[in-house]
Write a protein that binds this ligand. Structure first.
Ligand SMILES: [Mn+2]
Length: 293
C-alpha cells in the first residue's frame, strides 16, 4: 500500500472533521448477543483492516475520498453515540457508524427524526429484529428494528431468512408484512440464480420520506464471504450481489440518504473477514459520494 495509515482512522486517512463530508464513528457498544459475543470490539478491527484499501475505486473509476473522511473517537454507550451523531448532523456531515451491535441503530434514527422530520430506513439483515423484548431486555440486538419503529415513517427490511413466530405475530399485528423482503423473495425461481432486483425497486418507489438511513447488518451477506458474525445465517447474498443491491438502493435515493451504520461484525482474528467488512463500508461511501452530490 502507498499510504501511511493514521492510527485509528478509517482507510488510514483522517481529515479535519469540520471539512470532511463523511464522519466515521466507532461505536463499541454490545453485550446482548445471543450468538457469539464480542461485536463491541469490531470497530477497531475493521478500521485497521481498511488501511489496505485504496482511495481509487476501480468499478466506478473515482477517487471516492475526495469529499473527505474523518474518524471520530469511539463511543462506549448509547448517550455518547446520540450526542456525537447529533453534532455531526447539525454540522451538515454524513455519519458512518461502525458497530457494535444492532441495538445502536434506534439512537441514530432518533437524531435523524429530530433533524429531518420524516425518516425512512433500509435494514439489510438476515433477521427481522422485531422482538418487543428478548431475555427480559428491551434494549437488545434482537429488538433493533422494533426499537427503531417510533422514529421511522417508513422502512424496508431486506434479506431476512431467520424469523421467529413471535416476530411474525408483531409484524402482522402492526400491518408491516409489506415492509419485509425475505431472502427468498429475491430469487423467484430457485436459489442460485441471479437475484431479481425488480422486487426491490417496487418497494423503494413507495418510500417518500425526506431522509433515508441505511442500517447494514453484516449477516445480510453469506457467511462464506463474511464469517466473523454474531449470528451467521446461511445462505445469504454473495459479496457481489450485496454490492449490486447497495448500489441500486443508493443510486435510487441519492442525496436523500443521510446516514448509515454497519453492525454485528464479531471479530475472531479473521483478517479476510475484516477486510471484507471494511470494503462494504468503503464501497458504500464510494456509492454515496457518486450518487448523492
Ligand atoms: Mn442480523
Amino acid at each position: 500500500m502507498s499510504k501511511k495509515p493514521k492510527q485509528k482512522s478509517f482507510l488510514g486517512i483522517s481529515e479535519n472533521p469540520s471539512k470532511a463530508r463523511f464522519i466515521v464513528v466507532p461505536a463499541n457498544i454490545g453485550g446482548t448477543s445471543v450468538g457469539r459475543k464480542g461485536a463491541e470490539k469490531a470497530p477497531e478491527k475493521i478500521i485497521s483492516a481498511s488501511w489496505q484499501l485504496e482511495d481509487f475505486d476501480t468499478e466506478t473509476k473515482t477517487i471516492f475520498v475526495q469529499e473527505g473522511i474523518a474518524t471520530e473517537s469511539s463511543c462506549k454507550n448509547l448517550n455518547q453515540l446520540a450526542k456525537k451523531v447529533e453534532k455531526i448532523i447539525s454540522d451538515g456531515r454524513f455519519p458512518v457508524v461502525i458497530g457494535g451491535e444492532h441495538l445502536i441503530t434506534h439512537q441514530v434514527l432518533k437524531v435523524l427524526k429530530k433533524f429531518y422530520g420524516s425518516v425512512g430506513a433500509i435494514f439489510f439483515d438476515a433477521h427481522a429484529d422485531m422482538f418487543p423484548e428478548f431475555d427480559g431486555k428491551k434494549i437488545h440486538h434482537a429488538c433493533a428494528l422494533y426499537l427503531s419503529l417510533p422514529y421511522l415513517d417508513d422502512f424496508l427490511c431486506i434479506g431476512v431468512r431467520n424469523l421467529s413466530p413471535v416476530e411474525l405475530e408483531e409484524i402482522k399485528a402492526k400491518n408491516l408484512e409489506e415492509k419485509f423482503l425475505l431472502f427468498e423473495d429475491f430469487f423467484p425461481n430457485y436459489l442460485g440464480q441471479t437475484p431479481s432486483l425488480h422486487v426491490l425497486t417496487d418497494k423503494l418507489e413507495k418510500i417518500k420520506t425526506n431522509a433515508i438511513y441505511i442500517s447494514f447488518d453484516f449477516d445480510f451477506v453469506d457467511p462464506s464471504a463474511i464469517p466473523s458474525l454474531s449470528t451467521p445465517e446461511p445462505p445469504g447474498f454473495s459479496f457481489r450481489e450485496t454490492l449490486d443491491i447497495l448500489k441500486k438502493i443508493i443510486s435510487f435515493f441519492g442525496s436523500r440518504i443521510k446516514g448509515a451504520d454497519f453492525v454485528e461484525f464479531c471479530p475472531d482474528e479473521n483478517f479476510f473477514a475484516e477486510v471484507s467488512a471494511a470494503k462494504i463500508i468503503s464501497k458504500t461511501i464510494c456509492y454515496i459520494s457518486l450518487f448523492s452530490k
